[in-house]
Design a protein around this ligand. Sequence first.
Ligand SMILES: Cc1cc2nc3c(=O)[nH]c(=O)nc-3n(C[C@H](O)[C@H](O)[C@H](O)COP(=O)(O)OP(=O)(O)OC[C@H]3O[C@@H](n4cnc5c(N)ncnc54)[C@H](O)[C@@H]3O)c2cc1C
Length: 375
Amino acid sequence: MIKLWNRKAAKIRLVKKEKCTGCAACYNICPVGAIKMAEDSEGFFGPLIDEQICTKCGLCLKVCPEINKFPVKRAGAPSAYAAWNLDQAERANSSSGGIFSVFANFILEQKGVVFAAEFDQEMGVRHALFEKKEDLPRFRGSKYLQSKIGFSFKEIKGYLEKGKKVFFSGTPCQVAGLRAFLGKDYDNLLTCDLVCHGVCSPRVFKDYLRSLERKYGAKVVSVFFRDKSSGWQKYRIKIIFENGKEYSGCFTKERFFTGFMRNIYLRPSCAMCRYAKIPRVGDITLGDFWGIGEKERFPYNSFEGVSLVLINNEKGRGLFNSCQDRYFAVKRELREAVSGNLHLRVPMRPGRDRKRFFLVFNSKGFDCAAEKYLQ
Ligand SMILES: Cc1cc2nc3c(=O)[nH]c(=O)nc-3n(C[C@H](O)[C@H](O)[C@H](O)COP(=O)(O)OP(=O)(O)OC[C@H]3O[C@@H](n4cnc5c(N)ncnc54)[C@H](O)[C@@H]3O)c2cc1C
């Protein structure tokens, strides 16, 4: 019998479902493959223990960052920078100022490997590794749904132990999961956490795409969550179909974004996020530098996007300094960064219509639920 997050019936009591971030540390550590990552009733992935296989070794409990609440090492207050990639094409195709690409390029030139998020064939999101610059475009850009970690943590450990440089970028709970899984620091590991509003249900996103496919009469071939053709601050979602047609909508009006921004279908654990604060869990943090220059003048053109870069420790400083010929950066006050970016202070609060949305969504699908709750 397989039980999902069943704290009473299973001998192994994983963290409560609503607190589980789906980081997959338990899935990666299980020595007998007794844990699967399965979809729950809202379409989020979480651990499922097969009790017939489980040997009750307890390793899954030891690595769970939510059960153990591993403290984040403090290395003083982070330094904040407003920065952007000097390669204009890379910056234009990134969500913020394209700093992720700066770091990824540098690591690849050092013969290292990068783990980041890409779309899979079904337009789900997964973490995967890449070693070549030509693969970087797939990993560029934010995809606002939960990414599947798969066995990335195990793979990372393998590379680290062979002495390879590894750069891991993901949500803060994923970085926490990786660190917990590894259980120790590695000099050749660099981690980058993102400022994070929360992750949307992959199932809701897929159903939304199916609805657009019916309307446009063809399969979706690509999705850009942050098309900046109208500017960084007025970004749009852009979806391209197999027949060449294109759908585009401004984030303030578009249906899927409306639900994302109103926190209607974010993962329940995002409302209790322990990482929506300073200090940060990664060596470096990336986000949008929202609010830049609102109080103090920022005399540079920010049309194509400005990244917020937080340097959290010496390792992060080393990476940032090593790439300085590839970006433009200005030091800013940490309080400016924090005041412009809510999720450096508090987690999201679930939307009022969240439960009602899922009731309708699960019985009648995205269109019906959106009609009622995403106007
Ligand atoms: C779910 C989510 C919520 C976010 N919320 C905020 C926010 O509230 N405020 C804010 O300032 N910034 C937020 N960001 C970060 C922001 O959107 C940019 O990703 C970040 O600023 C880096 O941008 P860039 O231009 O340097 O590089 P980009 O190329 O745009 O960044 C790509 C990076 O994002 C990672 N990534 C993309 N999708 C996912 C995913 N689903 N899960 C894990 N990692 C992913 C990739 O692995 C890659 O490292 C969020 C990102 C995500 C994924």
